[in-house]
Design a binder for this molecule. Structure first.
Ligand SMILES: [Ca+2]
Ligand SMILES: [Ca+2]
Ligand SMILES: [Ca+2]
Ligand SMILES: [Ca+2]
Length: 165
């Protein structure tokens, strides 16, 4: 989170204590008094410091803690699933969010704009650069009716398996 080469540990201690960060293998700092529902990290503005992306639930929506410094509201909805990954390979990580059956999957691309990825709400999402070209794949389990699909290199869909794992 502070870009010094030592990873922080982010811990949700529940409603009584909120969320805390163990910085640089040395000290605890309270990040927020609320106990969030879900969180991920990723460098979404590409400056070398990891952002913390937190879903505070239906009352608050999703917030980003940018560069170990400031909170910004990313979306008023509370998502069902989300992951990060640099799917266009430009050094800024995208945030990929399942907003549920009414909205489908959206990508917050390069810290600037929302792009719809798919109208279905999946069972699970992962990211990883499967073909090693620097652009991340999005691996999605769409459930028993559709199986697993991969969105390759920010450009094309391929079915990976007909079964839903
Ligand atoms: Ca650190
Ligand atoms: Ca950053
Ligand atoms: Ca990117
Ligand atoms: Ca790739």
């Amino acid at each position: 989170m502070d870009g010094n080469g030592q990873d922080e540990v982010i811990v949700n201690f529940g409603p009584s204590y909120g969320i805390w960060v163990y910085y640089n293998n040395a000290s605890w700092v309270n990040l927020h008094y609320l106990s969030p529902e879900l969180r991920v990290t990723g460098d979404i503005d590409g400056n070398g410091l990891e952002e913390v992306i937190i879903d505070f639930g239906p009352s608050y929506g999703i917030w980003v803690y940018y560069n170990n410094a400031s909170w910004v509201n990313l979306h008023y909805l509370s998502p069902e699933l989300r992951v990060t990954g640099d799917i266009d390979g430009n050094g800024l990580e995208e945030v990929i969010i399942d907003f549920g059956p009414s909205y489908g999957i959206w990508v917050y691309s390069n810290n600037t704009r929302w792009v719809k990825l798919h109208s279905l709400s999946p069972e699970n999402i992962k990211t990883g650069d499967m073909d090693g070209n620097g652009r991340g794949e999005v691996i999605i389990d769409f459930g028993p009716s559709y199986g697993i699909w991969v969105y390759y290199n920010n450009s094309s869909w391929t079915q990976l398996h007909y079964l839903s794992p």
